[in-house]
Write a new protein. Sequence first.
Length: 388
Amino acid sequence: MTEMVFGSGTSRTGEPVLPRWWRTIDKWALSAILMLFGIGLLLGLAASVPLAERNGLEPFYYVKRQALFGVIALVTMLGLSILNPVQIRRIGVLGCIISFVALLLLPFLGTDFGKGAVRWFSLGFASFQPSEFLKPCLVVFSAWLMAAAHEAAGPPGRLYSFILTAAIVVLLALQPDFGQASLVLFAWMVMYFVSGAPVVLLGSVAGLTAVGAVFAYNTSEHFARRINGFMSTEIDPRTQIGYATNAIQEGGFFGVGVGEGTVKWSLPDAHTDFIIAVAAEEYGLALVMLIVTLYAVVVVRSLLRLMSERDPFTRLAGAGLACSFGVQALINMGVAVRLLPAKGMTLPFISYGGSSVIASGITLGFLLALTRTRPQGRISEILARRGE
């Protein structure tokens, strides 16, 4: 009965690390992640060649860089997935502190690369976007604070996590980066809900968010321009949304053919924010549905495994990571099909970009580590702890 309710023990005395890792990892989620990486390289072969030509570089310059970033991300992901929840918590807390400090320094040392938002540090040979690394680490940090609130005489972790999240949301909005700010706030609300927060309180936070959106619309030309473009009944065919919409329509079910698409020559961000438009045009709805399915597999499998997890930190951090990963993919694809206003958000593990790909590797490494099957303890031990 114990095994039926809580799962059988998964540790074996003296078992080597790698066999134990392979036996306890979610192989379905891992397979889906590897397929997403492969699709990212496939689409990079199509989408990044025009960019290389415009910049006077060899045709596959960006594909090679993406492959390098991807290898680093995969190694990081697999390395993190071997760790236990305590080690994940320590890395997440340290990473959150470092990323938060980097975010504070952006206005003084950062650059906008001509895009109107100071989000990156230029390293010469590459760029670094702190917000990408801050997202998974903040989830882990917030989960630790919220889990501590469940302990006897524990600190007000929910309040502390809200203050930290609110400060980060303000910093991101000032860049301006409303997309990342919304994603950070969404992940916090998911964890807050899972931790047992009342719906009324969550509704209040949502109301404050709506008020903030109205304020941003009235004070930020950047934000207002994107909202107005989204609400417009007509699509300017010369805009990125116009090109993406036309490409998706042209692709049909099976696409126009490998290498036959034209949108990659027109879209400045075809290799990043609008890479799903390249997939839809050249490979059609079939590939798009495969991509959606793979993201769903990662998210749903992770949430199902977390349902049997009794450790509050593991449950909260895993839920926050899984939902933020899935919602980022949803936002990216929603923008391309004009279901959401443009937000400048990458498609995890598929879009080009070192910070995006490596940060996705960190997110998934954390998630795979937290969703590994592990001993849940005996019923007698649980009842004994409850009776203390």
